[in-house]
Design a protein around this ligand. Structure first.
Ligand code: ADP
Length: 617
């Protein structure tokens, strides 16, 4: 699964969790706010009730106070010297005021008795403590005496003094004190109310903060992340599309160039009857070179697609490092010689004689990197230095004196289809796949491909690292030299002699079968050609071969059916598949079906002879 899909799924899970969290928090917040509101409402109602009671008591106290004051004032006017009628008027006034006072007093005490407000209860205790009630009784007693006709003049005097001065003052003081208590109670209540208000505001702020911190902040960052990822993948898709278009343009150019040569020279061969033998040979050589180039292009495209789908396979085996480097050198030095560039292979310190690796893949990496070095260098030299790192990694340092790579392109060229010099100003051939493949392969082999340094116009140093597996001490060698392997055609006669070998080539493509028979006859083999499976079954009834080269895909009876019938008939000679199917699964399938080998087409004469020799030589 690609990383963008994984991170998209992760984001979806995050958003789902956030949604759940959002509902949980919202419900919790709602419950908290309802609970707080209830508490606050109850508290508020208590305080309002209290305020109401206080105001009522206040009013009653004020009434009482004013009645007392008025009675006291009236009391001071009582005199035994005033006329009876005046006295009667005064008494009527006092009586009226006293009835008001009594009413206010009883209203107050019945209100205090009924009220369940805490501060009013406090007030009652206070009234008891200060014996306000008994004072009030005394006061009224004195008033009664003042009002009574039977009172002696001494009693009236005493009542007047009592009402006009001490007691009135004292009671008014009590009442004032009470009023100030009520006032401070009122202020306390207001303060409490304010505090509850502040608490509710603080809780709301806390709720907003909690919602922001646990919900909106992660939600915001998730959404921003997703936006960023979407933007990145959109850019990637766009750049991939651009790279693919560039690639198609390049590859079509890459295919057309050798195809033009092949078709052109083939036409020359067909039409020009005056061509001498030498020129025919040269023309065929050019056709051969271009076809080989086409094939390697196809291989690269297939390899990259295999690597991208994770189907790359490695066949690790014990490999003689010196031999491998010699092979690489002998095949690639020709290109360097053509460009008049020196190609040197050296070692620093001891290097392992044998390593555990997939030789085909290691050669592929070396060919790519050294091939590039030759391609991008016009004068000077190319040096390969091989050494064993202290951490037991095997390194190949390839330095060239070529055109160099611009700084901004150094990472980019490791992406598929990317080249430092593209389209219009492109002066070098290639597909832009070599480095991707090489790095991918090296990483699979426990190493990497990196650019160590590069300077425009001066050259580049590439470093290939691989894990060479367990190396025994005795396998180290410093005796490393590269020698050019002799011309391949020399081998044919001396080392790969197939004389007296009987080979049956079976291929429905008659031209291919003819070509293979020509190749094999050059090595001395006696070749029979058949073009279908039925004839093979018929012929093998009477004749046995050293080797049958069997095509897999044939009309009628395919290669797998043929080998199965042959085995049933008890045929025991060597049989090898000779097929255009190069995938690992196909190789495995042929092995399981009983084939001794799997040879892939197209194949050159030398390689075919070598392969056949390795089976029956
Ligand atoms: P190709 O060579 O087929 O184009 P590669 O993936 O092998 O593809 O290389 C990608 C690009 O990296 C090349 O096109 C070239 O621009 C740059 N490059 C690779 N090796 C060198 C080198 N030794 N010197 C300069 N440029 C190089």
């Amino acid at each position: 699964m690609s990383t963008s899909i994984i991170s998209y799924n992760k984001n979806q899970i995050k958003i789902k969790n956030l949604r759940k969290r959002f509902f949980a928090f919202s419900t919790l917040a709602l419950l908290i706010i309802i609970a707080i509101s209830f508490i606050a409402f109850g508290f508020h109602r208590d305080i309002i009730d209290q305020q109401k009671s206080i105001r009522k008591v206040n009013k009653l106290l004020l009434k009482q106070q004013s009645a007392i004051k008025q009675i006291s004032t009236l009391g001071s006017f009582f005199d035994e010297d005033i006329s009876d009628t005046e006295m009667e008027k005064m008494r009527a006034k006092v009586r009226f005021k006293v009835s008001k006072l009594k009413k206010a007093t009883s209203e107050l005490s019945s209100f205090i008795l009924k009220s369940d407000s805490a501060s009013i209860e406090d007030l009652e205790t206070y009234l008891h403590q200060k014996s306000f009630k008994s004072n009030m009784k005394n006061y009224i007693q004195h008033v009664k005496k003042l009002l009574s006709d039977s009172s002696t003049s001494l009693e009236i005097k005493e009542s007047i003094r009592y009402l006009s001065k001490d007691s009135a003052d004292g009671d008014t003081e009590y009442l004032e004190e009470l009023l100030s208590i009520l006032d401070s109670e009122y202020k306390d209540g207001m303060k409490k109310l304010e505090r509850v208000g502040i608490l509710i505001i603080l809780l709301c702020i806390l709720e907003v903060f909690v919602v922001w911190f646990f919900l909106f902040r992660p939600l915001h960052s998730t959404v921003m992340n997703q936006n960023k990822q979407l933007l990145e993948s959109a850019l990637k898709v766009e750049s991939a599309a651009r790279s693919r278009t560039d690639f198609l343009a390049n590859i079509s150019h890459e295919i057309r160039t050798p195809m033009t040569a092949i078709l052109g020279y083939a036409e020359v061969l067909q039409t020009d009857e005056k061509l001498d033998k030498d020129n025919v040979k040269k023309t065929v050589k050019i056709i051969n070179q271009n076809a080989t180039h086409l094939l390697s292009l196809l291989d690269e495209v297939l390899d990259v697609s295999k690597m991208e789908s994770g189907k790359f396979e490695f066949l690790e085996q014990k490999v003689d490092l010196t031999n491998l480097l010699n092979e690489v050198y002998s095949l690639i030095h020709v290109k360097a010689r053509e460009k008049k560039i020196d190609l040197n292979f050296n070692n620093t310190g001891n290097i392992p004689q044998f390593i555990m690796t997939d030789p085909k893949r290691l050669k592929q990496i070396l060919f790519n990197i050294i091939g590039n070095a030759i391609k991008f260098t016009d004068t000077g030299s190319i040096d390969l230095e091989v050494y064993l790192e202290t951490n037991k990694q095997l390194q190949f340092k390839i330095s060239d004196t070529g055109c160099g790579i611009p700084k901004e392109k150094r990472e980019l060229i490791f992406a598929p289809f990317e080249q430092a010099y593209t389209s219009a100003n492109r002066q070098f051939s290639g597909t832009g796949l070599g480095l991707v493949l090489s790095r991918g392969l090296a990483r699979k082999m426990g190493g990497d491909v990196q650019i160590l340094s590069s300077e425009l116009g001066k050259g580049t140093v590439f470093l290939i690292t691989i894990n060479p597996g367990e190396i025994g001490k005795h396998s180290l060698t410093s005796d490393f030299s590269t020698s050019v392997i002799k011309d391949e055609s020399d081998y044919l006669e001396q080392d790969y002699n197939l004389s007296r070998k009987e080979i049956l080539v079976v291929d429905d493509a008659k031209e291919n079968a003819r070509l293979f028979s020509i190749y094999l006859e050059r090595a001395g083999a006696k070749v029979t050609i058949l073009n279908d499976g039925y004839s093979v079954l018929e012929l093998t009834q009477t004749k046995s071969f050293d080797l049958i080269l069997l095509d897999l895909q044939m009309p009628g009876m395919d290669g797998y059916q043929v080998i199965s019938e042959l085995k049933k008939n008890g045929y025991s000679g060597h049989i090898s598949a000779l097929t255009a199917h190069a995938m690992a699964e196909e190789v495995e399938k042929t092995r399981k079906s009983g084939f001794d080998a799997h040879i892939t087409k197209p194949i050159g004469s030398v390689e075919l002879i070598k392969k056949v020799y390795s089976i029956i030589g």
